[in-house]
Design a protein around this ligand. Sequence first.
Ligand code: ADP
Ligand code: MG
Length: 795
Amino acid sequence: MKQKINSTVNRIRLNKVHRLLKKVNVYSEEFQLCSDIELQAKAESFKVMLSESKMTLEQLLPEAYAVVREASRRVLGMYPKDVQVMGAIVLHQGNIAEMQTGEGKTLTATMPLYLNALTGKGAYLITTNDYLAKRDFLEMQPLYEWLGLSSSLGFVDIVDYEYGPGEKRAIFEHDIIYTTNGRLGFDYLIDNLADNLENKFLPDLNFAIIDEVDSIILDAAQTPLVISGAPRVQSNLYHTVKRFVETIDDEDIKLKKSKKEVWLTDKGIQAANKYFNVSNIYDEPYFDLVRNINLAIRAQYLFDINLDYFIQNGEIILIDRITGRMLPGTKMQAGLHQALEAKEEVEISKDLSVMATITFQNLFKQFDNFSGMTATGKLGEEEFFELYSKIVVQVPTDIPIQRIDYADKVFINGEDKNSAILDAVVAYQNKKRPVLLITRTAESAEAFSATLFQMDIPNNLLIAQNVAKEAQMIAEAGYLSAVTVATSMAGRGTDIKLDKDVHELGGLAVIISEHMENSRVDRQLRGRAGRQGDPGSSQIYISLDDYLVQRWGDGKLQNNQILNDYDSNSLENSRVFQHRVKHSVNKAQRVSEEQGAKMREMANEYEKSISIQRELVYAERDRILEMIQSDDFNIDKLAQDVFEYALNKEVHLTQESLMHYIYNNISFKFEGKMTSIRTQSKEAAIQSLMHQFHEQMAENKQKLKNDYFYVNFVRKAILKAVDSGWIDQVDNLQQLKASVGNRQNGQRNAIFEYHKVALDAYDEMVIKIKRNMIRNLCQSMITYDEYDDLVIHFP
Ligand code: ADP
Ligand code: MG
């Protein structure tokens, strides 16, 4: 039923796309007759029409796409097919184009990139790794050049490259940029730490197309980009709290494992109060204690050794839950990693404070418009719509798909399953049919590969280590007799072309050693075979030992006595049993998917506060930079505001309190001519403070020698206050999230609570920033280094 509605909806959407396609096709013959010069001149005339508002992008689309198409034929020797033009239309509309592997998404993207770059505001193609960005850029660059648009890779492809002044800005001045989500995210954060307008390099983000969009904005959405700063003051509570957690029992906590939630029950709170000898751990002074208790119970109950992390050489190594790969060097934020370390009694590492952070979801929301392409969009449609208001349009393949997707093969345990997988590989190998065996973890791929070698079957092992090398290896997976063992992420984005003789043998055979965390990934893997109407097959093997069942299964089937009473052979042949295992695996996968979606939704909810605040702070920062540049920044007004606010809080103005204020905020050297401070009225007192302020600034100005240094000094002092305030705030919010996340007790709505506290903290931050601006202006030490460059020591 649902399927039927889906396909009807998709047909309606495609009809609209079709109408536009026809308009594109109208130009085909005409442009074929055009000279190169005529076609190349089109970009300029399009730009003029746009800038004079004679045409909109929508009106230009058919002609512009037709130009790119004809140009592609002449320059690249490929003429974009109707289905590619359809995909290109969906992309311009800011939606998700589902196009199968091998349909030519790289070429498809050139049409909307060209069209949107005509505005002069920049167009981005964003993909998952440097290798793919560079590959696609190099392949398409000649086309853009011919068409009269400039294009560039968004980074210099040299490890640890140090960019010279202005170099990044020059990169981002190109019309079309190819880069990765990670690179762009860091660029965005770094750009907003620039202490000078000249050091800013990133233009306003206009239009982006995200390749493999589901893996970037759904799967990777939970791992935010983080720029770390100084080590945080380390809590010494990890061990103490851990000992408390070891004393509690099931009634002290409420555990919703499938939702990754755990919190103290009333009984647990009582126990904690008693253990720590406090009246109520939720009272204000125990904020840090509660935070640590929450971290410790999460570490204890929600993270399983060998499923979520390993211990290696006395260190906790996280495991990527989607790929099963180890993630050395990756740490969980805000103390959770340290809580895990305490749980496992390994040495507790430094918790670094967060200087700047953004999730990919919010990064892409910075664009005026973005769209995405992927072979597996439909299964993520609900989320695309909920999080980004984007629909998924399934673009038909150029030639019908011939691949056979077999039903799952069922086994009781992993051992039986693995030997059946090896048998299957051998059988294909005997017929010289190429086979691609895909596993969830690198360990498992390594084990299969080694066993195959022992059986004298040469094979290529790909475990997502060297992207470029693996791209080359996977491209060979379609050769006669090829055996390739790979993890799910290895070699992605690379087309597997078949040897001529392989077609008759049935094409590439894909064997998948277990269902992945998410059915989207399953589909992606099946799609490794059967590109562009090639023959091929895919088959998933399952057993009750599979990760999904272990992680998310309800355990009913595993604990069933029947399993022990029957021999595995007859069970595995029983239809009823097969059915039940399939059901069990499917259900575990559904739980896993729901869990993933829920986590992303939560992350998104939490991210709202920080994202609104980030935008406000970054905008204000830019405003300040511009004002200082143009000498519009009114320091007096700022000082006046700050002093007014400070004095408003004083009930009694005394000479002493004012002296104190001056020492702390304006001048160390105030010599205490009491009579010069007037306390008769608030206005008078403010005037006194302003007087002190002006004297101090005059003194600074003298030390600063000239206007250039003076402006520099003011800018740095002001920005320093903004940045320190914001960095503290980011770090605070990060910690607050960790503490509030589990405070569901007492009917409190954790997210509501979080936003409320976050908002209060924002107001406080603004006040603090202003106060620190004055303090930085007044109380910084001004010196010069041996090259006579200004050095400022902030108070
Ligand atoms: P996808 O990203 O959709 O999996 P690619 O962009 O990697 O596919 O393209 C797959 C292959 O098809 C590439 O070798 C590409 O050069 C080729 N190709 C794409 N479009 C065309 C076309 N219109 N005509 C001929 N070959 C094409
Ligand atoms: Mg691709």
